[in-house]
Design a protein around this ligand. Structure first.
Ligand code: PBG
Length: 337
């Protein structure tokens, strides 16, 4: 497609097509559709529990029964999928809760699939919520007498991630979504799923996940802040776009069915390049910090919440996102009606 019309089409007058709502709608290039939305939810044990997350107004840690209620409201508004995170009762140094048969995510998936069989349940596969130290993999504490600092061990973590994904699939998850950023996790997960007759469960890989300050409020929501250090040894440097393409290529080679770029708004260039280069189903994750900033400004009357959220989601779609993961999914679906 050529965008250079000057000289060639001297009569071109863009305003001509902006005269009325119907005219603008007719020539609109990007559509918003509730069927593209995913609502993240935070599960923890209990009953009738709705614990507000102070940095994310309107978002709660919920017990499985409340998760079902929330998911049903989303589903009735037109949101086809939820993304589940778990906050376990106990954390340890091997993330036992992440792959426990009756872990909080596994329980919640079973209940959701029983009560709302047509709702797609995506599970976040990661260890940080389940590790006492809050890192996304197994931590080596360093070696006494030698100055080797504590570090996250890639390969030993893969087994735990694969076991987690398998336990989610066994509970009935429709899609598993690894967010840990260890190298090789997509193939480890693909392998264990295939070996256990879950060859049909797709992997939505957090392929280009950046080490981002925009995750701040999430760490309160999921109680997953690292107790020491940060995630820069496994999550991506915000400065790197070429590397993001390599990360995506690697995950696709390992068997990812869908890929994600995260965060969304500050990384639209990455989203655009990932979609253009690979053409895979691509998700954008509008993360906690993006949500909280809009909420905070809207509460003060500084921005129009609805208009800002819709414009942001439109931008993600325009940049190439097929799937939009957002804490505002239910609101957006209602606004679209
Ligand atoms: C777990 C995970 C995080 C998010 C999604 N999965 C936090 C992190 O990597 O620190 C962030 C989501 C959000 O901020 O909304 N690894």
């Amino acid at each position: 497609m050529s965008i250079s019309v000057f000289g060639k089409y001297p009569g071109y007058r863009p305003r001509r097509l902006r005269q009325s709502p119907a005219m603008r709608r007719l020539v609109r290039e990007t559509q918003l559709d509730a069927g593209k939305l995913v609502l993240p939810l935070f599960a923890r044990s209990g009953q009738k529990l709705r614990q507000p997350i102070s940095s994310m107004p309107g978002v709660f840690q919920m017990s499985p029964d409340e998760i079902v209620r929330e998911a049903q409201q989303a589903y009735e508004a037109g949101v086809p999928a939820v993304l589940l995170f778990g906050i376990p009762d106990q954390k340890d140094e091997k993330a036992s809760g992440a792959y426990a048969w009756n872990g909080i995510v596994q329980q919640t998936v079973r209940l959701l699939k029983k009560e709302l069989p047509d709702l797609l349940v995506i599970t976040d596969v990661c260890l940080c919520e389940y590790m006492s130290h809050g890192h996304c993999g197994i931590v080596h504490r360093g070696t006494e007498g030698r100055p080797i600092p504590a570090r996250v061990l890639n390969d030993p973590s893969l087994r735990l991630l694969a076991d987690s994904a398998l336990s989610h699939a066994e509970a009935g998850a429709d899609i598993v979504a690894p967010s840990d950023m260890m190298d090789g996790r997509v193939s480890a997960i693909r392998q264990i799923l295939d070996q256990n007759d879950f060859g049909d469960v797709p992997i939505l890989s957090y392929a280009a996940k950046f080490a981002s300050a925009f995750y701040g409020p999430f760490r309160e929501a999921a109680e997953s802040a690292p107790q020491f250090g940060d995630r820069r040894s496994y999550q991506m440097d915000a400065a790197n776009a070429e590397e993001a393409l390599r990360e995506v290529a690697l995950d696709i080679e390992e068997g990812a069915d869908m890929v994600m770029v995260k965060p969304a708004l500050a990384y639209l260039d990455i989203l655009y390049r990932v979609k253009s280069q690979f053409g895979y189903p691509t998700a954008a994750y509008a993360v906690s910090g993006e949500y909280s900033m809009v909420k905070a400004a809207a509460e003060r009357g500084w921005v129009d919440e609805r208009a800002v959220v819709m414009e942001s989601i439109l931008a993600m779609r325009r940049a190439g996102a097929d799937i939009i993961i957002t804490y505002a999914a239910t609101d957006v679906a209602r606004w679209l009606k």
